[in-house]
Design a protein around this ligand. Structure first.
Ligand code: G6P
Length: 369
């Protein structure tokens, strides 16, 4: 077992550290930054269908649903197509309106999640076209899909999804960039810029992984917290949700993710002295607004931990603790900002002596309802 873990103490840590490779493998043979092209067999063959889609519906569970939520922001921005994101378990039972010509993108690491599988079967019967974004080759969801793109993250053993998530995001970015350019909703300049930035992500993730010792310190500092809040806006809102999910799965600390500006409609009531509040605060269009949200937490004596873009003095002044990631295009920054949150969950679970690879009550793949 020690050999399988490649010298790492746990599969979760190994898989977090495999992310530069996972993302690289996902881009390999698809993205050619020099030529300015994206080639994906399963997408290219259906490009007309995607271009004409009146609506895209993303379906998944858990972490895969978070990838879908981010993809909603990305597809709407780059492709100007209406997008819905659905929890598979809700979608399968609530008699959703599905039209022929709706395109469904199914997101699943295992390809075996029962709720996702049945939701897709129902939608397919109603005339929707199913694209699969799946990790496990030949899995049930991969077979049910009419087209798709594998995430190529390699086997994921840790129950909490890490590298499969960043690989899902990578595939979804590739599709959105490709489609946006094909539709003409994405200018050539921005298209080329995004392709170049995406190609740089694996090396930037390697940089982010160097923050592991700092994150481990923070985990030690906050491991006895009863609650955690995770806040973000825009592209980093789904990452706030994912950070909270990871922490609760692995450390059993109650954690809530929220859109930062929405905190005043509820979660702010929880803020008291030393409540840790994580801001996913890489630089973007809402940066100053997010900073004023952080000041509201400080004014109530909460502790602000911020994931920031390097050399961001605004947040360095407000936050009690910061973890810096390299600069990137704001749309791609989630691929970087999620990594310290995965590490925070890991090191907090570790500091509490918990079984991080097999947290209680959770399963890697939920094949029953
Ligand atoms: C379980 C796993 C999660 C995963 C979710 C969806 O809850 O513990 O890590 O995100 O299922 O699984 P899928 O294989 O469909 O992505």
């Amino acid at each position: 077992a020690a050999i399988e873990k490649g010298g790492y103490k746990h599969f979760m840590l190994k898989e977090i550290f495999e992310q530069p490779t996972a993302v690289f493998d996902c881009l390999r043979g698809r993205l050619d930054a020099k030529a300015g092209t994206i080639r994906m067999g399963g997408i290219d063959r259906q490009l007309d269908l995607l271009k004409e889609a009146k609506r895209i519906i993303l379906v998944g569970c858990g972490t895969s649903w978070h990838a879908g939520l981010l993809a909603e922001y990305v597809f709407e921005e780059l492709c100007r197509v209406p997008v819905e994101v659905e929890y598979a378990s809700e979608f399968r039972y609530r008699n959703p309106v599905i039209h022929p010509g709706d395109v469904i993108i199914a997101i699943s690491q295992s390809g075996e999640t029962a709720d996702t599988l049945v939701a897709l079967e129902n939608a397919k019967n109603q005339g929707a076209f199913i694209f699969g974004v799946v990790n496990v080759v030949g899995s049930s969801i991969a077979r049910l899909s009419q087209a798709g793109a594998y995430t190529h993250a390699g086997p994921e053993i840790g129950v909490a999804s890490t590298k499969a998530f960043t690989a899902q995001l990578t595939v979804l970015y590739l599709i959105a960039i490709k489609l946006g350019y094909a539709k003409g909703t994405l200018s050539r300049d921005r298209y080329l810029h995004l392709i170049n930035e995406l190609a740089l992500i694996p090396d930037k993730i390697t940089e982010v992984l160097k923050t592991a010792p700092e994150v481990a310190c923070l985990a030690g500092k906050y491991k006895n917290a009863r609650d955690f809040l995770f806040l973000g806006r825009g592209y980093n809102f789904p990452i706030a949700l994912e950070g909270a999910l990871k922490l609760k799965e692995i450390s059993y600390i109650h954690a809530e993710g929220y859109p930062a500006a929405e905190m005043k409609h509820g979660p702010i009531a929880l803020v008291e002295e030393s409540l840790p509040v994580v801001f996913v605060a890489t630089k973007d269009a809402y940066h100053e607004k997010l900073a004023s949200n952080a000041q509201e937490i400080k004014a109530r004596k909460g502790n602000v931990l911020a994931i920031i873009t390097e050399r961001d003095t605004l947040f360095e002044e407000i936050a009690d603790d910061t973890i810096a990631v390299p600069a990137s295009d704001e749309i791609l920054a989630p691929l970087l900002s999620v990594v310290p949150l995965q590490l925070l969950a890991y090191y907090t679970g570790l500091a509490k002596g918990l079984d991080v690879d097999k947290p209680r009550n959770l399963a890697k793949s939920v094949t029953v309802e």
